[in-house]
Write a protein that binds this ligand. Structure first.
Ligand code: ADP
Ligand code: MG
Length: 504
């Protein structure tokens, strides 16, 4: 049985204001669909290409060009919806969102306002072991990305790069269920993790493949509960939307700043104006960008170039059958199957490749606890030092498993195991052979150890007397024996023999 019970965290209360205020946050996350081609054209989506080299005529808004839906993108949106436990709409439709911008040559963005492909879902946002917030998803719709205007290359001219134009985005809209800056960042992190597990978005925030519009309002304690009971937004404060955030750190800073700004306005007797703002990380503040536009400002209407999108339940079922095990389930299973802590399980399931690596080691070594320990403490630490991903690990799961098996069989000490690990990490090789060839096998042969202990005691009679008077000094003999045997003696056995000889 998977245990997914959890406690709900308290909302963030802003300190330092005259009264108590709580935060209410809703996110619109734009996730780039992991597709090689764009949503309505065959142009490439490769990042970092020469400007304006990945542009089909339809992306450039050439007259008379017709968009053709990319089935692969639709499948990935459906998969994302299923991964977020959402309802899939078998019939959805595309609308034109009209606005003028130099990097939007069509003069409109094709989006899904009235009939999105995915309906209500949910994301469980982990805050600490056993503490999580359930954030409801309102909808996911497919839409085109716009191009990029470049204003800082020339003092007098602006440039436009259309490579991004028409790339497929999933806009994942949350309900205003997020109650603090840390939760907002954790929500984006969890969403990113799920998308990466699903393989529907690579989640590279630096490249802009995952960006969030952050809606922030403040309310008095008790008001959010009234909203929850009634779903009536009038219980909540007026919100501001902070656009285009692609860093978890900045998301938190921007929310914190924005909450304080709104509270100051209200406590001064003013009213928050609903608007779109931008966060300036250098100044650590948000600035007004434009007053909030309404849907009618865009004169949305059904895109006449595209038929409504109809998909079949059987196709959705096929996609559902292909879903991988998702993070929450995997984490719960790791706790159950391998007897590890929630914390270790969440570390090992952060990335699907980490989890796969760990499981390969655990199965091969026949010991989940030791495998978890070694993967988390030794392997991850070592990889981090070299800034390497798990997929670039020079130590394969079979090699690490071989080391762990030798520890379990008492063939090598923990210390030797670390040395062998380092040798395999830098030079490669078969751990068992390395241990054999370099004579690193642990000596558990009591006769040999006894001989070594006796020899050292015979050479140090004064030390023997001292240790007999004070048992704490026995450690000195253990150290000498370990030194004399090049660290290969089994420390447990050495300890026992030293103790017996001193007492005897
Ligand atoms: P729009 O289409 O104008 O952007 P939506 O109603 O779709 O507006 O809401 C956009 C986002 O704003 C959603 O994520 C929603 O949860 C969030 N939101 C709505 N009201 C509030 C509020 N009072 N405080 C914080 N977030 C809110
Ligand atoms: Mg919106």
């Amino acid at each position: 049985m998977l245990d997914l019970t959890y406690e709900t965290p308290k909302p963030k209360v802003i300190q330092g204001a005259k009264e108590d205020w709580e935060l209410v946050i809703g996110l619109e996350v734009h996730a780039q669909v992991a597709s090689k081609a764009k949503l309505f054209s065959g142009a490439s989506t490769a990042f970092g290409a020469e400007p304006n080299s990945n542009v089909a005529f339809v992306d450039a808004g050439m007259p008379g060009m017709l968009p053709v839906i990319n089935e692969g993108c639709v499948a990935l949106a459906v998969k994302t919806g299923l991964g977020l436990k959402a309802e899939i709409n078998l019939r959805s439709a595309f609308d034109r969102k009209n606005y003028f911008y130099p990097d939007l040559p069509q003069g409109y963005q094709i989006s899904q306002l009235y009939h999105p492909i995915v309906g209500e879902g949910e994301v469980l946002v982990d805050m600490a072991p056993g503490v999580a917030r359930l954030v409801r998803i309102e909808r996911i719709h497919l839409e085109q990305d716009a191009g990029k205007s470049i204003h800082d290359m020339d003092p007098t001219m602006s440039f436009v790069d259309l490579n991004r134009t028409g790339v497929a985005l999933m806009e994942i809209v949350s309900r205003p269920d997020i109650r603090g800056p840390e939760e907002a960042a954790a929500y984006v992190g969890k969403l990113r993790q799920i998308l990466r597990y699903l393989g529907t978005c690579d989640g590279n925030m630096q490249n802009g493949n995952l960006r969030a519009d952050v809606n922030v309002s403040v309310c008095r304690p008790g008001d959010y509960e009234k909203y929850q009971e009634t779903q009536d937004f009038s219980h909540l404060g007026t919100r501001c939307e902070i656009k285009n955030m692609n860093s978890m750190r900045f998301i938190q800073q921007a929310i914190d700043y924005e909450a304080r700004r709104q509270i100051a306005i209200i406590e001064d007797g003013g009213a928050v104006v609903q608007e779109t703002r931008l966060y300036d990380p250098d100044k650590g503040e948000t600035r007004s960008m434009r007053s909030k536009e309404e849907a009618h400002d865009y004169r949305y209407f059904p895109c006449p170039d595209l038929l409504p999108l109809e998909i079949e339940q059987a196709w959705v079922d096929d996609i559902a059958a292909s879903l991988p095990e998702l993070p929450d389930e995997k984490r719960a299973r790791f706790v159950l199957d391998y007897g590890m802590t929630e914390y270790d399980a969440s570390v090992l399931t952060a990335e699907v490749d980490d989890a796969a690596y760990f499981e390969a080691v655990a199965k091969d070594a026949g010991d989940g606890k030791l495998a978890a320990n070694w993967v988390i403490n030794e392997l991850f630490g070592r990889l981090k030092k070299d800034d390497r991903a798990i997929t670039e690990s020079p130590v394969a799961p079979a090699q690490l498993a071989a080391i762990i098996r030798m520890i379990k069989a008492d063939e090598i000490s923990g210390k030797t195991a670390k040395d062998v690990f380092e040798i395999v990490y830098t030079d490669g090789g078969d751990p068992e052979k390395i241990v054999d060839e370099r004579g690193l096998k642990q000596v558990t042969d009591t006769a040999a150890i006894e001989a070594a202990v006796e020899k050292i005691m015979a050479e140090n009679p004064a030390q023997v007397e001292k240790a007999q008077a004070n048992p704490k000094l026995a450690g000195w003999f253990v150290g000498q024996v370990m030194k004399a045997t090049g660290g290969t003696a089994n420390p447990k056995v050495v300890n026992q023999i030293v103790a017996t000889k001193l007492n005897g």
